[in-house]
Design a protein around this ligand. Structure first.
Ligand code: ACM
Length: 262
């Protein structure tokens, strides 16, 4: 199975240009599961709710989710990508899972980071896992990584692979995801962006350094902090199906929840 990420360099509010850039990065590559960053088409640093609303869309009815379905026709596989989802009066920081026909599912970010709390509504959960046949897939978005419970919940629900669209601004996640992969024995794909959103009220720079880890914590792919790129890797998915780490240790069978205060 071939998996990959796009690390893009979006320009705030330039949706069509940002979609074109992703289309060019992907080219003619065939990829079974491709992960794009959080809010990859709109940019990240919104002034307020009114501005965010200009870039939000109903799932399947706006330029970003329609583009993802078109892109899936090109890659021949599944795609996960972040967008601002309009639903009723609310806007969620969301990620769509699509194939070449339609949007299959949407995950709404549960842990909102910093200014996101001013204009996004937090996802109501629960974390879900979708059996795609080629893999059991779970999603989380960026800051969700700080909560080991998020990846653990996905793994306990059967995820082989965690797709992790991100817009990272703090430095720790690319290394930390090794632990998320290792402690759950899952594949992880963190797709981050580069560049910065320079607004008159604030500037935010994004760290790039997208990463793919295997269930034993091996770094399978990584990218720089300043290059827009596509990276792919071939994996043996069944590596995530055993949680065994020694002859006497199975990470899930050895859990002892009665001693955990969660
Ligand atoms: C983040 O959650 N975008 C840092």
């Amino acid at each position: 199975m071939r998996i990959g990420f796009v690390q893009n360099d979006p320009h705030f509010g330039q949706i069509q240009d940002n979609l074109d850039q992703v289309r060019e990065l992907v080219g003619e590559q065939k990829i079974d599961l491709l992960v794009l960053p959080e809010l990859f088409a709109s940019g990240y640093l919104f002034r307020d709710c009114a501005e965010l609303r200009l870039y939000a869309e109903h799932t399947g009815a706006g330029p970003v989710t329609r583009f993802l379905v078109e892109l899936a026709k090109q890659t021949g596989g599944y795609i996960v990508g972040g967008f601002a989802e309009l639903s009723g009066d609310h806007i969620y920081n969301a990620a769509a899972l699509v194939n070449c026909r339609d949007v299959l599912k949407v995950y709404r970010k549960i842990h909102l980071f910093d200014r996101e709390k001013l204009y996004f509504r937090a996802g109501e959960g629960p974390f879900w896992v979708e059996d795609l046949g080629i893999c059991r897939l779970g999603l989380m978005i960026c800051y969700d990584w700080y909560f080991p419970e998020a990846a653990r919940t996905l793994a306990l629900r059967g995820a082989d692979l965690i797709a992790h669209p991100a817009n990272l601004v703090l430095p720790h996640c690319p290394e930390a995801m090794k632990t998320r992969a290792l402690e759950n024995r899952v594949f992880t794909v963190t797709a981050n962006r580069i560049g910065s959103d320079q607004r008159d009220f604030q500037t935010l720079s994004f760290i790039g350094r997208s990463v793919i880890y295997s269930p034993n914590g091996t770094l399978l792919a990584s990218s720089s902090s300043d290059c827009a790129t596509l990276q792919t890797v071939d994996i043996t998915l069944t590596d995530a199906r055993t949680k065994r780490v020694t002859g006497r240790n199975d990470l899930f069978a050895d859990r002892n929840p009665e001693h955990y205060q969660i």
